[in-house]
Write a new protein. Sequence first.
Length: 301
Amino acid sequence: MTVEAASLKSVRRTVAPQRPPKRGERSVPASVGLHAALVVASLIAVFPVFWVLVTSFKPDARAVETTPHLVNDSGLGNYARILSGEKGNFLAWFGNSVTIALLTTVVSVFLSATTGYAASRFRFPGKRSLMLTFLVVQMFPFAVLIVPLYNTLLALGLQGTSLGLVLVYCTTAVPFCTYMLKGYFDTIPSDIDEAGRVDGLSPFGVFWRLVVPLARPGLAVTAFYAFLTAWGEVAFASAFLSAADGSKTLAVGLQVFVQQNRTEWGHLAAASILVAVPAVVVFYLVQRFLVAGLSSGAVKG
């Protein structure tokens, strides 16, 4: 063997052949491009919120400036005037929104949980039609439902009341929440129900004491959805609540900052930040259940 052949053989031994990428494995350029795209998408999503936050500290006369930095006369004046009642009746709007959102959440979750449990565990005539109806209801836009719901509330004597608005929100939240919880209850073994009945529990006792604790992720997701349905909604609140200033919700009350001749952008931005805080708090409380609840409810139906 010549010297050149021996050296070539040793080079081949030392240089390992490149392993072809496995199926589903990203290359380095693809990984860098994916992370860069995610960073850009995150910045695009966060930038409007950041701009509203900066605008909330500016006076109305300087709020429309395109510079993102704070001006010399920036401060907490907008928040102080809103919370003190100098600009709108914010605290009353906040109380109305909290009451309506909490009532909607409690009623929607209870109705959805009991209906979803019945659809998951029992067989009864019209079960498939009922679940299909829940899906079809989600196809209709809110604007189409305003007139029939208005006439229904008028006939019940609930037009212009908070209770009537809670019932309206339940009509939109319950179908979706029921369909999701039905899928989540399907993932819970029915042997638990049989064991509870052997121990002497009633059907509702089995549901309340055994199934509900196991379904907390699904209940957290539906509660979060029901809360958001009532918290930031505008169309139904404008149509079904009284025009009195003290009866408005936050989403409707913000319209006082948008006048015919001018818009108070600084106060509107400050009020928007205050409106977003409760939703962020609720999300923080249920965020550890969201992934499990959404994935489990979407697998089976």
